[in-house]
Every structure is written in structure tokens, then in C-alpha cells.
Design a protein around this ligand. Structure first.
Ligand SMILES: Nc1nc2c(c(=O)[nH]1)N[C@H]1C(S)=C(S)[C@@H](COP(=O)(O)OP(=O)(O)OC[C@H]3O[C@@H](n4cnc5c(N)ncnc54)[C@H](O)[C@@H]3O)O[C@H]1N2
Ligand code: MOO
Length: 398
């Protein structure tokens, strides 16, 4: 392991390795309910007017505005139109038609008087308030005309965009395809979460964290596994992941200085970069290509591995998926903290109602439970040895 490289140098290195994933240009068509959180691949035009027909905005009476201008005016009630299939008959001059919200406006009517402004007496209605032409009438295409752009390309689909697609009669949408990722947890001590723990064993929490984080970054996990500290087992797992369609491999563990560093053992002879980044947690890192595909290797400690994904891989995957990048902001630290000069320290923090940020847990990279109570990373620059309560720090939203 040579000199430590900077966080920015490592980020650039990872981004360069992942650059080929940006040019996939691939799209896939998915049902609307599978499209939430995905990004449109193309601009989409509505084939129909929104709303599709002229309809009432109120429960009330469809009238000719000119006939009620001198309100109060009594008109005979002729017929009723509900929000239901079918075309209403034309409004006879000198009459009013009962109408419900969303019901088609009868031909000839040009205004709706809400029921609150009327008095009904048998078959007659007294319109107590005049209305302008067009009042409470929702014109066809007044939201969006047929043929107009409903959504642009690169739009993140949330429930409101899906509603607009459904309203225009679509059942599916072309979205950017997701980067296919393999997650490999290395370590002979690892067992599946929930398995009884033998002596020296721990649950594989990095596997869960990384799979969930990959999905949150808009990519998809196509292969997830644990391997023991055995380079051939890791090789077989990479080969299986490639068979499963993986375009990117992420590993945790096995990159530091011990005697059983499986990631180093397999990848260093293949030309991997294995080194150290001037940060804590997350110092030991590695990058490689395996059979032409990028492999990004995170240190095994749970905080280190989650943090490394968030800093180096998530921004690239999110950009590819069209998702917004994590927010950074400045906050005052609630209490004094110390740091290691020469390392960028990523402390775990929680934003407080008064706007300050409190550091939770210690700096240790094994503190998986404390990380779960954090909502930001508190970034202490390399040159800073200590911060006093009230000092401003940059925080990165988790
Ligand atoms: N002599 C040195 N020792 C270590 C150094 C160093 O520079 N010199 N760096 C330390 C730092 S910092 C880190 S971080 C770790 C990184 O080591 P590895 O990437 O080789 O990770 P492992 O040794 O495999 O595991 C470290 C730690 O994390 C636990 N772990 C691993 N995988 C998982 C998982 N999937 N889920 C939950 N926990 C996991 C593992 O049991 C270890 O406790 O090296 C230090 N040592
Ligand atoms: O850098 Mo290690 O990730 O501190 O624990």
C-alpha cells in the first residue's frame, strides 16, 4: 500500500471505471406501477385531451350564462347529467339541467351554477347568482391538449407523473434501464442474517446494506452472495454474476493488510489498484476490472463499506438513473469533536430541531447500530484536528 490518495482522486478513479455504464442508452418498457422512482427514457405526448371532454367542476345546474345574468331567475329543470358514460342531450333554451361534478356539459350550456347558489322548488330552480360564460366549466384539453408533451425525457417518475400518464390512457412507460449490479460479501466469518451464530461468526450486514443502497441509487441487484476467504470461490462468484448479467461488481471486505484478504488475493494479480484513501472510516479501498467489468471493492467494516458506497458509487449510479444527488449543507456542530489530521473524517450525525447537528456514536467503523440512528455524515476536513461547539461543518445527507 503506497501513499494515501485523496477522497477526490478515488472518486474520480471510480467514476472513470464506471464511465462505460453511462453510455448504455438502454431503455425498457415497464407497467406504470413498476415505474415509480424510474426515469423517462423519452419525451411522452398525450394522445388525448386532458380532460378528454368538457365537464362540470361543480354539482349544480348547467345553464346558459346569458339567461341567468339577471339573477335571481327561475328556470324549469330538464334532466340530470351524472359523471357516467354517455352523451347528455342538448340544453333546451330557457331551462337548466341538474349536473354533477365531472359530468359532461350538455351541448348549449356554457356555465354551471353550484347547487349552493340555487333554490329548488319541485321542477323549478331559482338561480340566485349570475355566472359568466365558462364558469365552473372545465374545457377539454384545458390541462393538456392532445399531442402536447406530457413529460420530458429524463423525468423522475413519482406518483403524480404516473397519474398524468394514466390520465392520458397509458398503461406502461419507457424508462432508462437500470445498471445491473452484483454484490459480494467476503469473509469466512459471515453467515446469512438470522442464522444461529457459531463462535466467531457474524451476520452479513454489508450484503443487505449494499443491496438496499444499490436499489435506492436506481440500479438493480442481479446477484448477491457471500464467499469465504478463498480466491477461487470469489472468482467463481464473479463468473456467476457475469452470467447473471452483472455490469458492475461490488465487494466488501478482504482489502486490507491481513493474511486472508480474498479480494486482494484474486484481483491484485489481475492488476487491481489496492490502496488507501485519506479518509476515516473507509481507508482501505480497491478497484479492478474483472473480465472487462468494473469491480469496486469496499473495506469490510460496516460503516466503511456503507460510507464508501455512498461517497464513491452512489453518485455515479444516481446520475445514470436520473436521480438527484444527495444534499450537502452546512450546520453547526452541537458539541466539540476531535479528528485525525491528514484524514477526512466522516462522523455520523443527526440533525436536531434547532438546526445543529449532533454526532452519534464514536468514530469506529464497526458501529453499525449507531449509523442506523444517523441521518447525515458530518465531514471534518483533513486539516482540522478539533471543532468547537457551534463551529460550522459540511454535512452530507444519508
Ligand atoms: N494492519 C492493518 N489492519 C487493518 C487496517 C490497516 O490499515 N492495517 N485497516 C483497518 C481498516 S481501517 C479497515 S476498514 C479494515 C478493512 O479490512 P477488510 O476490508 O480487509 O475487511 P475485513 O477484514 O474482511 O473485515 C473488517 C471488519 O468488518 C467485518 N465485516 C466484513 N464483512 C462484513 C459484512 N459483510 N457484514 C458485516 N461485517 C463485516 C469483519 O468481520 C471485520 O470485523 O481493516 C482494518 N485492519
Ligand atoms: O477505514 Mo476503516 O474503514 O476505518 O475502519
Amino acid at each position: 500500500m503506497g501513499d494515501r490518495i485523496t477522497v477526490e482522486e478515488h472518486a474520480e478513479h471510480v467514476a472513470a471505471l464506471l464511465a462505460p455504464l453511462r453510455d448504455r442508452g438502454a431503455a425498457e418498457t415497464v407497467p406504470l406501477l413498476d415505474a415509480r422512482g424510474r426515469t423517462t427514457a423519452d419525451a411522452i405526448r398525450s394522445a388525448i385531451d386532458l380532460p378528454p371532454f368538457r365537464n362540470s367542476q361543480m354539482d349544480g345546474f348547467a345553464v346558459r350564462a346569458a339567461e341567468v345574468a339577471a339573477a335571481p331567475v327561475a328556470l324549469p329543470i330538464v334532466g340530470e347529467v351524472a359523471a357516467a358514460p354517455g352523451e347528455p342531450p342538448a340544453l333546451e333554451p330557457g331551462t337548466a339541467t341538474r349536473i354533477m361534478t365531472g359530468a359532461p356539459i350538455p351541448p348549449g350550456a356554457d356555465a354551471v351554477v353550484p347547487v349552493e347558489d340555487t333554490t329548488v322548488d319541485g321542477d323549478s330552480v331559482t338561480i340566485r347568482r349570475a355566472r359568466e360564460v365558462g364558469e365552473y366549466v372545465r374545457e377539454a384539453g384545458s390541462d393538456l391538449a392532445a399531442g402536447a408533451e406530457l413529460l420530458g425525457a429524463g423525468v423522475l417518475l413519482e406518483s403524480r407523473q404516473l397519474a398524468a400518464l394514466a390520465a392520458s390512457g397509458l398503461t406502461e412507460v419507457a424508462v432508462l434501464s437500470r445498471v445491473r449490479v452484483a454484490v459480494v460479501s467476503t469473509g469466512s466469518e459471515l453467515v446469512a442474517p438470522g442464522q444461529p451464530l457459531g463462535a466467531g461468526e457474524i451476520p452479513d450486514s454489508n450484503g443487505i446494506a449494499l443491496q438496499a443502497a444499490v436499489a435506492a441509487a436506481g440500479a438493480v441487484v442481479v446477484s448477491a452472495a457471500r464467499v469465504r476467504d478463498d480466491a477461487e470461490e470469489l472468482r467463481a462468484r464473479f463468473d456467476a454474476a457475469i452470467d447473471a448479467g452483472a455490469e458492475l461488481m461490488l465487494t466488501s471486505g478482504g482489502v486490507s493488510m491481513g493474511d486472508h484478504e480474498v479480494v486482494r488475493d484474486l484481483l491484485e494479480p489481475l492488476g487491481a489498484w489496492v490502496g488507501a484513501v485519506a479518509m476515516q472510516p473507509g481507508g482501505p479501498q480497491a478497484t479492478a476490472t474483472y473480465r472487462g467489468l468494473p469491480v469496486i471493492c469496499f473495506p469490510g467494516n460496516p460503516v466503511s463499506s456503507q460510507l464508501s458506497f455512498a461517497l464513491f458509487v452512489a453518485p455515479v449510479l444516481r446520475e445514470i438513473a436520473g436521480l438527484p444527488v444527495a444534499r450537502r449543507e452546512e450546520r453547526a456542530v452541537a458539541a466539540s469533536v476531535t479528528s485525525i489530521v491528514g484524514r477526512r473524517q466522516y462522523l455520523r450525525g443527526r440533525r436536531m430541531p434547532d438546526g445543529a447537528v449532533e454526532v452519534v456514536g464514536g468514530p469506529g467503523s464497526h458501529l453499525v447500530a449507531a449509523l442506523a440512528t444517523a441521518d447525515v455524515l458530518v465531514i471534518v476536513p483533513e486539516a482540522v484536528a478539533a471543532l468547537a461547539a457551534g463551529d460550522l461543518v459540511e454535512v452530507l445527507e444519508l
